[in-house]
Design a protein around this ligand. Structure first.
Ligand code: HEC
Ligand SMILES: [Cu+2]
Length: 483
């Protein structure tokens, strides 16, 4: 009898002990700081809509992440391009997949062709600025910092360099997943979908290279609201796919900068939602809110074939501004009729995604410098300005207080043409005073030809109340050679 009691007691104690252990493992993040790491591993990074291989049962590791920042022109919609700033060359940026307890060694490099300094704030990081302070990096440089993942969940990362809103609006955001020990449950298909809102000088559908519009961004008046960086990034041939009977998991993020997403898949009900990307699971959900700078994981089994439409259910955004994607599910039924009809419904409404006239003059033969008229120089200069200078000096040359000096009605600019040319040729650091305000910052050397400098300077001097100097290529050449 005594012995039975003892055995029972030991068993009970053992169970309690075991239960309390696993409970601690799951809930208390401070203990996650003590998870040991074994060996080093290079992180697999993927462009949307793909995600890296699940962590499965692997132990916590030292995980090496190498992320490259690229500023590059891409297609926003047919006929419209945009100068995107990206983490890893895509919008959203590369997907990073870790497990709790990983020690991440993060190297952020800023490509030498880039114009601006950047950094990264990862919401998965416990530490000042989420890494932002340690990762601030100028073009042609790289920075390395370390952090340990303490809390499982799906987290946003983004650039946090001033003006922060502008860096985010240009596409500098992405997702980092921290899986729990043992990994998330296995599913058949996983995809990466992230919403963002864009603000352009021209209205939705206006052709050509569109500059960022600060005022519209401040007013939260978006021209484009899209999944994965552009109109059509997840439609037609770019649609994500699954087969009838499969379970689909979507890692959904929202970079903002401004708008909250009412994420919905037309014709599906989410069997499970990891609310806000955390531990709480809601079931049988029609539409889930994804906050700006937040995320959600949604899961559902696809039971019938067809094209399922991903939308922000703030519905004008979907049908008129681009927040629309497609999940094509294959099965025995012919879905062509269904998806064909949907396409007409999607693309016919005013504005959105209309094929526009090709940019006139793009294919014109290059006029030699000597016989270029002032009007031609102004046109070419404006293009160069919108491509290269506007990011800092802003579209109307107004600059940004305390960061970038104005070129509009600039006493500094008008006082000395050769000095201004020299700044564009060689870059500028140190204190300068423009219109009574002191600036002490860095303008990087601009990699453009003498003719381009002549055109852009002529454009600047003949805009915004400046002194109308016509800068010639030979003058730029003279300044370059030091005469
Ligand atoms: C990375 C941001 C950045 C870009 C891109 C940039 N500039 Fe600047 N620019 C600055 C900063 C910062 C200063 C002030 C430097 C200082 O404080 O020493 C400056 C100063 C100037 C000045 C002298 C001050 C004034 O306001 O008159 C001129 C002229 C100028 N830039 C022209 C240009 C032109 C032309 C381009 C495009 C070809 C360009 N900049 C691109 C950041 C930039
Ligand atoms: Cu940035």
């Amino acid at each position: 009898m005594k012995q039975v009691k003892l055995v029972l007691g030991v068993l009970l104690f053992g169970m309690l002990f075991f239960m309390s252990c696993s409970e601690t493992d799951k809930k208390e993040d401070s203990s996650n700081a003590d998870i040991p790491v074994s060996r080093e591993m290079m992180a697999e990074l993927t462009a949307p809509p793909n995600v890296p291989t699940p962590v499965g049962r692997r132990r916590a590791k030292k995980l090496i992440v190498k992320m490259e920042i690229l500023e590059e022109v891409g297609t926003m919609t047919d006929g419209t391009t945009y100068n995107y700033w990206t983490f890893g060359g895509s919008v959203p940026g590369s997907f990073i997949r870790t497990r709790v307890g990983d020690e991440v060694e993060f190297t952020l490099s800023n490509h030498p062709d880039n114009k601006l300094p950047h950094n990264i704030d990862l919401h998965a990081v416990t530490g000042p600025g989420g890494g932002a302070t340690s990762s601030f990096v100028a073009p042609g440089h790289e920075k390395t910092f370390n952090f340990k993942t303490l809390n499982p969940g799906l987290y946003v990362y983004h650039c946090a360099t001033a003006p922060v809103g502008m860096h985010i609006a240009n596409g500098m955001y992405g997702l980092i997943l921290v899986e729990p020990a043992g990994g998330l449950p296995v599913v058949d298909k996983e995809y990466y979908v992230m919403q963002g809102d864009f603000y352009t000088k021209g209205e939705n559908g206006a052709p050509g290279l569109q500059a960022f519009d600060m005022q519209k961004a401040v007013d939260e008046d978006a021209d484009y609201v899209v999944f994965n960086g552009s109109v059509g990034a997840l439609t037609g041939d770019n649609a994500i796919t699954a087969k009838v009977g499969e379970t689909v998991r979507l890692y959904v993020g929202n970079g903002g900068p401004n708008l909250v997403s009412s994420f919905h898949v037309i014709g599906e009900i989410f069997d499970k939602v990891f609310v806000e990307g955390g531990d709480m699971i809601n079931e049988n959900v029609q539409t889930t809110l994804v906050p700006a700078g937040g995320a959600a994981i949604v899961e559902f089994r696809v039971d019938v074939p067809g094209t399922f439409i991903l939308v922000d259910h703030s519905i004008f955004r979907a049908f008129n501004k681009g927040a629309l994607g497609m999940l094509k599910v294959e099965g025995e039924d012919d879905m062509k009729i269904y998806s064909g009809t949907m396409q007409e419904g999607i693309y016919l409404p005013e504005g959105g995604g209309i094929q526009s006239m090709p940019d006139e003059g793009k294919d014109k033969p290059k006029v030699s410098t000597s016989d270029k008229s002032l009007a031609e120089k102004m046109e070419s200069g404006k293009q160069i300005y919108m491509n290269t200078c506007f990011a800092c000096h802003q579209a109307e040359g107004q600059g940004i207080p305390n960061a970038f000096p104005p070129l509009a009605k600039s006493d500094y600019l008008n006082a000395d043409v050769n000095r201004a040319i020299n700044i564009v040729l060689k870059g500028k650091t140190g204190e300068i005073t423009v219109n009574g305000e002191v600036y002490n910052s860095v303008m990087t050397k601009q990699f453009i030809t003498s003719e381009e400098i002549a055109d852009v300077m002529t454009y600047i001097y003949n805009s915004w109340d400046n002194n109308k100097t016509n800068v010639t290529t030979s003058r730029v050449e003279q300044v370059k050679s030091g005469h």
